[in-house]
Design a protein around this ligand. Structure first.
Ligand SMILES: [Zn+2]
Length: 467
């Protein structure tokens, strides 16, 4: 038996995770993510797929974030029709995220058409809701740590990765004619000091390892996130402004609510309204109730009136579009949490449009901002940002708190790899921008003597021959 791998995304960049495995003449894929951020990357979403989607027999998903699942509707539209294996919580989140993604794409195409700012006369969304409807019946759900058969001779096991609800590292066990081989895909690895999710599972053995490297070159000590948040919030209120926090609707928003409630409980911040302005985040938060096995909160912690999912006096769930627009009239003493986290679309855009020019307001960035996104441009200090086809000045205070990200930092990535007892034959460093991936590659080589490589887009490697 021969095994090859081809990198169809997240190679030298953090988005578009897609790995094609060719096992003799069978093709399966791990992750099926959208490219986001830089235009040259986003354009890849529209290019012809490098393999005929009809030839792919099955897909295994590490987690629900769109940069790992958001290309599924496009692939199904083009003929993929096999099973999609993932954890139970991932399946529910994928449904939410893909439906929302299609809706945003449809709205954006309509808007661009109306305003005439697209170069195309008839801008078409990458996919539509009907394409998402093709994906949903293909999802097959499994719990953590249960071996499942993907195709003949290939078994998958999902291990907790601690990144978002249901997020996993995937181990594929391939049974050759004479030997078994383990291929481990780390997925996105979370943080170890996490209030809601369990810490990442220990994985001891890998013949081939693909490991993410989002923060492969950075240390982000967590410190006390509640105090850090309170500090930014209080300074903003002192000058009579509001705090705007863009956050991934799935994962970051729930952690933020947890910390904001803690800040209120400890009386570190005044009793002010917290607007959760993302219908998807509201729906995602409700899934914590249905998937109790996937987090460490007790039933009481999530069901009480005063839980972080619905804290009494302060938390206002904003569902309608009109209610979202009405927040623009709030001048001071409020916290607004909205999506998307990298400010690439969604309701956060109208908040930014209104608040970036306001000197008294603060924009608090808590997640990773990929190259080419509005978020990255703001972190890099751009003075104006394009929103709805207009240049908007950035006058508000911008504060970045890296310790609140859902990604392991360099030390935590090393903690994760330290449990692997036997040298993998090959280790591929993926899901990181070039510098970060290169630094981490060199580090693994230096510390463990591992044979590491940073693959490029469309690179193909023969992993095993005649096993
Ligand atoms: Zn992720």
């Amino acid at each position: 038996m021969d095994i090859r791998i081809r990198f169809l995304g997240a190679a030298g960049t953090v988005t578009g995770s897609k790995y094609l495995l060719e096992i003799d003449d069978h093709k399966i894929m791990v992750d099926c993510g959208l490219f986001q951020g830089l235009k040259e990357l986003r354009l890849k979403n529209r290019e012809d797929f490098p393999v005929n989607p009809k030839e792919i027999e099955a897909i295994v998903l590490t987690h629900a974030h769109l940069d790992h699942s958001g290309y599924l509707p496009k692939l199904c539209k083009e003929g993929f029709n096999g099973p999609i294996y993932c954890t139970e919580a991932t399946a529910d989140l994928v449904k939410l995220l893909l439906l929302d993604s299609a809706k945003l794409m449809e709205e954006e195409a309509d808007y661009a058409k109306k305003k005439g700012y697209s170069k195309h006369e008839n801008p078409e969304p990458l996919y539509r809701t009907e394409d998402v409807e093709r994906v949903l019946p293909l999802l097959r759900k499994f719990p953590f740590r249960k071996q499942v058969s993907v195709i003949d001779r290939v078994q998958a096991t999902f291990y907790n990765a601690g990144h978002i609800l249901g997020a996993s590292s995937v181990e594929l066990e391939v049974t050759g004619i004479e030997q078994k081989k383990k291929l481990v895909f780390s997925g996105d690895i979370g943080r170890y000091e996490e209030p809601i999710l369990y810490e990442p599972d220990v994985i001891k053995d890998a013949d081939i390892l693909l490991i993410e490297s989002t923060y492969g070159n950075r240390k982000n000590p967590q410190g006390n996130p509640v105090e850090k948040l309170a500090d930014v919030i209080n300074k903003t209120f002192d000058r009579g402004g509001c705090v705007l926090i863009p956050a991934f609707a799935v994962g970051r928003t729930q952690n933020l609510l947890y910390y904001l409630k803690a800040a209120l409980d400890q009386k570190l911040i005044p009793e002010v309204p917290v607007f959760m302005d993302s219908p998807m985040a509201i729906a995602a938060t409700e899934l914590y109730v249905n998937h109790a096995d996937y987090h460490k909160l007790s039933t009481n912690e999530i069901n009480e009136d005063d839980s972080f999912l619905s804290f009494r006096r302060n938390l206002q769930l904003v569902r309608s579009h009109d209610a979202s627009m009405a927040i623009n009239y709030v001048q001071k003493d409020a916290i607004i949490v909205s999506a998307s986290g990298m400010m690439t679309g969604g309701r956060i855009l109208h908040h930014l449009y209104n608040r970036l020019p306001r000197k008294n307001d603060s924009l608090l960035l808590v997640g990773y901002q990929a190259e080419g996104t509005r978020g990255r441009k703001i972190v890099d200090g751009d003075e104006t940002i394009k929103i709805f086809g207009q240049m908007v000045p950035v006058n508000c205070e911008v504060v970045v708190v890296d310790g609140l990200s859902a990604h392991a930092d360099q030390d935590e990535l090393l903690r994760w790899t330290s449990s692997i007892e036997r040298h993998p034959k090959r280790t591929f460093i993926v899901h990181g921008e070039k510098e970060s991936a290169t630094v981490f590659s060199e580090l693994l080589n230096e510390i463990y003597g591992w044979n590491t490589e940073v693959p490029a887009y469309l690179d193909s490697y023969e992993l095993f021959k005649g096993i």
